[in-house]
Ligand binder design. Structure first.
Ligand code: MG
Ligand code: MG
Ligand code: MG
Length: 316
């Protein structure tokens, strides 16, 4: 019997991987308890691409293997976590059976022919929602699962510095840290950020795609990537190469614009590299003009709250 695949978005981040692992575990527990009727096949976590160095660090720390690679949904039963956009999901998603979606982004363009479990909350992280679902299902969270859920929250909220952070994320993180036996979660966060900041030996294309999402903005194809580092000095030598790569990808993919957020976790701001058909879109969206190849956006750390909404408005 083919399994139920639980999968996060393309160019997976720590939330997409860890929430897939945690939800697959929870779903299997629910099947054991008879809480799920109908599709009772084993749930298996999957990933749509290579793990980033932060996620590799987290899985190793809490003793998990990388989930199996899955890129095509044809004939598969799937649960989607951390996304609900066609551009971010499995190829041929229309030929898959979607059983559930658990997400914390704006509602995307994926639809289903049947009613499904669809849980979306405006939290900083999918993992915070999963914490609530474990409680709702009266299922205990094992310490290693608590560890990866905590790591996902620290990653998505940038240790609670991002404007996406909610009280629910903070409360979930505290409780998960207790279960996981993590005394100092900021120490864990710093270890993760150091791992995340490792850009050595990676090609510009790898770095551009490490955390990259496609959007359709009023009929324009727009890509927004993000590289988070503890200091922008780490990117100084490769900035030009990244820009050249963005220009190449823009031409190859028929984009209107590609934005690459170079986010300084410590300074809490973003240098935004931009290749675009229309530079005025930058000023329209962010109230600041491009200076050469980029613009500095103080306090901007969140793609989904501080970059995508103003861009969508500017394109409308
Ligand atoms: Mg994500
Ligand atoms: Mg997320
Ligand atoms: Mg992120």
């Amino acid at each position: 019997m083919s399994p139920v695949y639980v999968v996060g978005h393309k160019n997976p981040d720590t939330d997409s991987i860890c929430s897939a692992i945690a939800y697959a575990y929870l779903r299997n527990e629910q099947v054991k308890k008879g809480q799920i009727k109908g599709v009772t096949e084993e749930a298996v976590p999957a990933r749509q691409g290579d793990l980033n160095p932060e996620t590799e660090f987290v899985l190793k720390k809490f003793g998990f293997e990388a989930p199996e690679l899955l890129t095509d949904g044809t004939g598969k039963k799937v649960v989607l976590v951390d996304h609900s956009e066609i551009g971010q999901t499995l190829d041929n998603i229309d030929k898959a059976e979607i059983l559930a979606i658990i997400d914390h982004h704006k509602i995307g363009d994926i639809t289903t022919p049947n009613p499904i479990v669809y849980i979306n909350m405006p939290t900083g992280c999918t993992a915070s929602i999963l914490k609530t679902i474990f409680e709702y299902c009266q299922t205990e969270i094992p310490p290693n699962i608590a560890g990866i859920l905590l790591a996902a929250i620290l990653s998505d909220t940038v240790a609670f510095k991002s404007v996406t952070t909610t009280e629910k994320d903070k409360k979930a993180a505290e409780e998960l840290a207790k279960i996981a036996g993590i005394r100092d979660m900021m120490e864990l966060a710093m270890e993760m950020f150091k791992a995340k900041s490792d850009v050595s030996g990676r090609s510009p294309r790898d770095l551009l795609y490490r955390d990259y999402k496609d959007f359709n903005m009023s009929g324009n194809k727009v890509g927004v990537g993000q590289i988070e580092v503890v200091s922008l000095d780490l990117l100084a030598d490769i900035k030009d190469a990244l820009y050249d790569e963005m220009a190449k990808v823009k031409a190859e993919g028929g984009y209107h614009s590609i934005f690459l957020m170079l986010t300084d976790i410590m300074k809490e701001g973003t240098e935004m590299l931009v290749v675009t058909d229309d530079a005025s879109i930058v000023e329209k969206a962010f109230g600041k003009k491009l200076e050469g190849k980029s613009v500095w956006l103080d306090g901007v750390m969140s793609r989904k709250k501080q970059v995508v909404p103003p861009l969508e408005k500017a394109f409308a």
